[in-house]
Design a protein around this ligand. Sequence first.
Ligand SMILES: Nc1ncnc2c1ncn2[C@@H]1O[C@H](COP(=O)(O)OP(=O)(O)OP(=O)(O)O)[C@@H](O)[C@H]1O
Length: 138
Amino acid sequence: MSAEETLILVKPDGVARNLTGEILRRIEAKGYQIADLRMVTPSRELLAEHYAEHEGKPFYEPLLEFMLSGRIVAVRASGNRVIEGFRSLAGTTDPTTAAPGTIRGDLGRDWGLAVQQNLVHGSDSTESAERELALWFA
Ligand SMILES: Nc1ncnc2c1ncn2[C@@H]1O[C@H](COP(=O)(O)OP(=O)(O)OP(=O)(O)O)[C@@H](O)[C@H]1O
């Protein structure tokens, strides 16, 4: 059986704060493989497809603006149960309440903005991972 894969994004706040290395270190330290990696300046179209499920929500436009505000590092990571495992490493959405020990809990904080600048994204299911990897590693 081939290993499970997921899409991880280091969002613009993570890249701007020079946390890419620390985030990659945590992924590797957990034992996951970095199968592919690219620095991306995404188009609005790519982000609209990526976040299609959030269209119409109050944070949708601020989210797109934030994701367009700088470069993003896209990672194809692989390993047994990597989808669930990375979401556990990332911590919950709100960095203020994300558990210490997680990426968001240790490194993120609430900046009081309309969107949570929470450093990373990780696919939430095998279907999302397949769809998102096809978008970011076309
Ligand atoms: N209520 C909210 N207020 C502000 N920003 C939000 C809110 N909910 C989500 N976001 C932003 O939209 C992103 C996508 O929301 P989602 O609910 O999919 O979060 P997630 O699954 O924790 O994170 P991600 O999909 O980025 O891994 C969040 O990571 C965050 O940046």
